[in-house]
Write a protein that binds this ligand. Structure first.
Ligand code: KIV
Length: 293
């Protein structure tokens, strides 16, 4: 039976029913199609693209145009999951008008159904303007990677009383502003639990423990494709990096030894014409046929 398109309303409904929300990132057509076929609720075209696909050392380098390019590829592969475009660094904290225009590009050009922005209370007026423009917004608090220089690195957030209070208040303010869900990244599970209890919209955890309403992982991380570093919360659900290595080595060995391509993987010339082409080849002076240079 064909699944039905996931929506923000249905995702909120899942929290009410106590059903876990499963979300993951994707950056291209092929992976998005596989992920969508698995029945995943929401696909985030994360700005983690910057690191795991484009090879930059953090998420600050990826541009709006690159994000839109990959969002288009993902939405072409998705029929059921809700697709959310992640607003990159300097695309939304640079004035409300520009922020709404950039958010609109994810919807209009990228084909996404919502955008995600990083930040708490300070970003609420911008989120409100996006929602006023009929753009659905997902929040993101805790370790927001676009602020790593402010934090001093990829550090767990909300570990002090003050830090925890700020996160809880930020979550409430985001909810009040109208986001349909909030990503909680790298915060103590006890604080994620309190936030999850305090809001009616779903919390989606990454490094925020099991009490969140849903989880998200970066697909390249959980498949063992991106192994430059491994945060504590990350669990490898696959070993695609090694599978790719094995396959590429097998291919290399077979090409070198002449095993590949065999006849099974080669095209056949029509049998009835084979003699004629071979005779022509033997009796033709190709240099003469081609003419002088
Ligand atoms: O960019 C990303 O992939 C993200 C998730 C980790 C939530 O923001």
């Amino acid at each position: 039976m064909a699944l039905q398109k996931m929506t923000a309303k249905k995702i909120i409904e899942k929290k009410r029913k106590g059903e876990k929300i499963v979300t993951i990132t994707s950056y291209d057509y092929s992976f998005a199609k596989i992920v969508d076929d698995c029945g995943i609720d929401l696909i985030l075209v994360g700005d983690s693209l910057s690191m795991v696909v484009l090879g930059y050392k953090n998420t600050l380098a990826v541009t709006m145009d690159e994000m839109i390019h990959h969002t288009k590829a993902v939405t072409r592969g998705v029929s059921n999951a809700m697709v959310v475009g992640d607003m990159p660094f300097l695309s939304y904290k640079i004035g409300v008008k520009k922020a709404v225009q950039n958010a609109g590009r994810f919807i209009q050009e990228g084909g996404a159904e919502a955008v995600k922005v990083e930040g708490g209370a300070k970003i609420c007026p911008t989120i409100k303007a996006m929602i006023d423009a009929d753009i659905q917004v997902m929040g993101h608090i805790g370790l927001t990677p676009q602020a790593i220089y402010e934090f001093g690195g990829f550090l767990v957030q909300g570990k002090t009383i003050e830090g925890a209070k700020t996160l809880i208040i930020d979550a409430k303010k985001l909810e009040k502003t109208g986001v349909f869900s909030i990503v909680l990244e790298s915060i103590p599970w006890q604080i994620a639990k309190l936030i999850t209890q305090s809001v009616d919209i779903p919390t989606i955890g990454i490094g925020a423990g099991s009490y969140c309403d849903g989880q998200i992982l970066v697909i390249n991380d959980m498949l063992g494709l991106f192994t430059d570093f491994k945060p504590k919360f990350l669990k490898y659900f696959g070993d695609i990096g090694n599978s790719v290595k094995m396959a590429v080595n097998d291919y290399q060995n077979e090409v070198k030894s002449g095993l590949y391509p065999d006849i099974e993987h080669s095209y056949e010339f029509p049998k009835e014409d084979l003699n004629e082409i071979e005779e022509w080849f033997e009796n033709t002076d190709l240099e003469n046929e081609v003419g002088e240079k």
